[in-house]
Ligand binder design. Structure first.
Ligand code: LLP
Length: 463
């Protein structure tokens, strides 16, 4: 996570212990295009508009809290990834970031493929008409039922995550009288510079099979022998919310080295490699993420160079961006409920959601931005902590930010860049009803995931 400490400016700065905040922006009303989706602006009365619609109208019609997803921006990002990688590579959107039927349809229309990591994500993808051959199935502990379902559906690839799974998938495929295309997920031993919980390529963690000690080579050896499997490639995902390309480059290099070893030992050139997802996005104005064409260029160059050096044919590359596609496309719209200035400390602004709709701040110490969106204001900046309504003091949505000092109950505020890992990690803590996802495009809005109701929750409670 990026972290910016700045000593200047805020009221009560002298007594703050954590210093996560930046100086207030010159103008609190400006919406930084880096952290808001592409159709966001303000109308003549200062209200935020998205997809041509005023947030005040969206709040009236759909209520708050709500995730507001900019379909135009989502499609633009899909195209940017597809164009950056061109015909020589495949882009798999990582559905764990956010998945719904509408999203699957957009992906299908924009020519992207889809990575799923549970039977239910798979069901959603198939239900919304994603062709099975465009689906990759991931997970470190897929159940036999999930594997069977994936093979029966005809998924394009299963990413094998352990020695047991190599045997399990081969066995089920043979039973079903088919041969399943598969990748082996390799742990390349890279320390990605991101939060510990979302770094996945150092050796001491649950995913994949380590390159170290020849384990990955042994996995390839076994997979190549099994009838039910067609091993088409190796896969590496080094982590998430990464800004530094160096980790991807090391990973690409090590994967190509493995391909060369496999060629030397078995006389087989595996035709594909998957370099995973993980590209970071801007959550605050201090973050400077890479663009898809930059990552495409860097990865293609390194793979080509390493393959040339090893005398290998350049394999087909695939990547799996999740956050970088959906993250910046949505914001969470909240209504301010209470405002509590703590003299000498900071002002707590409570909204009508919280850690149940965005657990990332509590879980990863993630940073977010926030803006007043139902109007503009010329009041001085006030250092705030935006908190939710849950019974927990760690229920923080935005740890340190600035809002105008005339903020009042009933104002609408919005937290941008909440498209990834917010709705998909939402919970019913305190029996919160998970907010809807409202998609907006060219002057119209529609609910793509509806708000939960009391009846939804009570229906599950069968005691
Ligand atoms: N491919 C694989 C195999 C993955 O495990 C992931 C993410 C992705 C692709 C997509 O990564 P992305 O491009 O979205 O960074 N809940 C955490 C993120 C966990 C990521 C898990 N795997 C968060 O909120 O930051």
């Amino acid at each position: 996570m990026s972290r910016s400490a700045h000593p200047a400016g805020p009221r009560h700065a002298d007594v703050l212990t954590e210093g996560h905040y930046s100086a207030p922006p010159a103008d609190l009303n400006v919406l930084d295009p880096k952290i808001w989706s592409s159709t966001v602006g303000r109308d003549a009365d200062g209200r935020l508009t998205v997809g041509g619609l005023q947030v005040t109208r969206l709040a009236e019609e759909f209520g708050t809290p709500a995730y507001v997803l900019d379909e135009t921006d989502f499609r633009e990002r899909c195209r940017a990834w597809a164009d950056a990688f061109g015909r020589e590579a495949d882009v798999f959107y990582a559905g764990k970031a956010f998945l719904s039927r509408a999203v699957v349809r957009w992906l299908r229309e924009e020519g992207l493929n889809l990575d799923v990591c549970s039977g239910t994500e798979l069901a959603t993808a198939l239900d919304a008409g994603m062709p099975a051959e465009r689906i990759a199935f991931h997970g470190n502990n897929k159940s036999e039922a999930e594997i069977r379902r994936a093979i029966e559906a005809g998924v394009g690839r299963i990413v094998l995550d352990s020695f047991q799974e190599i045997v399990r998938v081969a066995h089920i495929a043979r039973e079903l009288g088919t041969v399943q295309k598969a990748f082996i997920r390799v742990t390349v031993g890279v320390e990605a510079h991101t939060h510990e919980f979302i770094a996945t390529a150092h050796e001491d963690q649950k995913f994949g099979i380590a390159l170290a000690d020849g384990l990955a080579a042994e996995a390839v050896r076994r997979a190549l022998k099994l009838d039910g499997l067609e091993l088409v490639g190796v896969h590496s995902h080094i982590g998430s919310q990464i800004f530094d390309m160096a980790g991807f480059e090391v990973s690409a290099r090590r994967i190509v080295q493995l391909l060369a070893e496999v060629r030397d030992e078995h006389g087989v050139e595996l035709p594909e490699i998957d370099l995973g997802g993980g590209l970071g996005i801007a959550y605050t104005s201090d973050d400077d993420p890479c663009e898809p064409h930059e990552i495409a260029k860097a990865l293609t160059e390194i793979v080509t160079r390493e393959c040339d050096a090893a005398g290998l044919r350049v394999p087909r590359i695939s990547v799996e961006p999740g956050r970088a596609i959906v993250g910046p496309t949505a914001f969470t719209l909240y209504e301010v409920g209470t405002i509590k200035p703590l003299e000498g400390l900071r002002t707590y602004v409570s909204v009508d959601g919280g850690m149940s709709d965005n657990i990332r701040t509590a879980l990863y110490d993630a940073e977010y931005s926030v803006s007043l969106v139902s109007r503009t204001s010329t009041a001085e900046p006030m250092l705030v902590r935006v908190v939710g309504k849950h019974c927990e003091s760690g229920d923080i949505v935005v740890r340190d930010a600035f809002l105008p000092a005339d903020l009042a109950p009933g104002d609408l505020i919005a937290v941008p860049a909440t498209g990834a890992y917010c709705r998909s990690m939402a919970s019913n803590y305190n029996h919160a009803l998970r907010p809807p996802v409202v998609s907006v495009s060219e002057g119209s809005a529609r609910v793509i995931v509806r708000r939960e109701t009391e009846e939804d929750l009570l229906r599950l409670d069968v005691g």
